[in-house]
Design a protein around this ligand. Sequence first.
Ligand code: AMP
Ligand code: FES
Ligand code: ZN
Ligand code: ZN
Length: 299
Amino acid sequence: MKCRVCRGPAVIDVRRHNAAFCPEHFVTHCREQVRRAVHDHRMLEPGERVLVAVSGGKDSLALWDLLVDLGYDVDGLYLGLGIDQYSDESIRYARGFAGARGLKLHEVDLGDDFGFDIPAAVAVTHRSPCGACGLSKRHLFNAVALEHGYDVVATGHNLDDEAAVLLGNVLRWDAGYLGRQHPVLPAAEGFARKVKPLVRLGEREMAAYCVVQGIDYQVEECPMAAGNKHLGYKEILNALEDRSPGSKAAFLFGFLERGHARFAADARQEREALGVCRKCSAPTTTDVCAFCKLRERAS
Ligand code: AMP
Ligand code: FES
Ligand code: ZN
Ligand code: ZN
């Protein structure tokens, strides 16, 4: 296996691009994919302040590294979910990365700051862990960005994540979700802009990026997410990708180019119907937002 660029020994092949890379040119490839995603979807403007949500896993640490490398002004946000040993470990990786590079990391802890954690939320609501967890993350990423004046929140969702979410949304033909599924959600009243600069890179590439760059990350997956629907969708998409490399990218980018606009009105209608939470003033369709309701019940 030879590097596509320099013909030296390659360390990773990317079948969807029909290419292999040496460590140096693999890093260039990842950087180029992020640069293209940012450019094509107009995610970031020079001089904007970016808040990257970091879990301590490979995707979000690689994203932070790549954005700093591309010259953006990026701080991190870690959210403590209180999932036992998993959370204790994940914060160590987030702090380790930020500390070694002199980067600023905001830390918010569900337990200390809001009086409940994800296991407590699951116990009282009987919601799926990922439901309560996703709701808390969306709410707090946005709230912290607005509070500290960041222009945009970046998350480490990659091509595999986005293709799996799309498959789920298509299986249910959920028009509102399909209208909101985009690598950029523009800012609106009460919302910071949200961007996903890793949409052009797969999970395997992000793990390889961390290894090549010497980034220490939490390898273990969240124990509460085991068996969730998205993991099943990922397995199905991986089987497809194996038979025909490029299927995932064709599925996701075909939707973004030719399908998304058809659902945009559904998402717009949902946003226009939003009022303000009586307790925390976050945008909501009800009197009290879903995060405040969850907090009330679980704390
Ligand atoms: P997940 O929902 O676990 O697939 O994570 C998707 C993205 O959300 C990650 O790439 C991070 O950008 C962000 N994220 C997940 N967990 C946390 C956390 N505990 N604190 C901050 N950001 C997180
Ligand atoms: Fe959210 Fe595990 S990280 S349920
Ligand atoms: Zn090379
Ligand atoms: Zn609220």
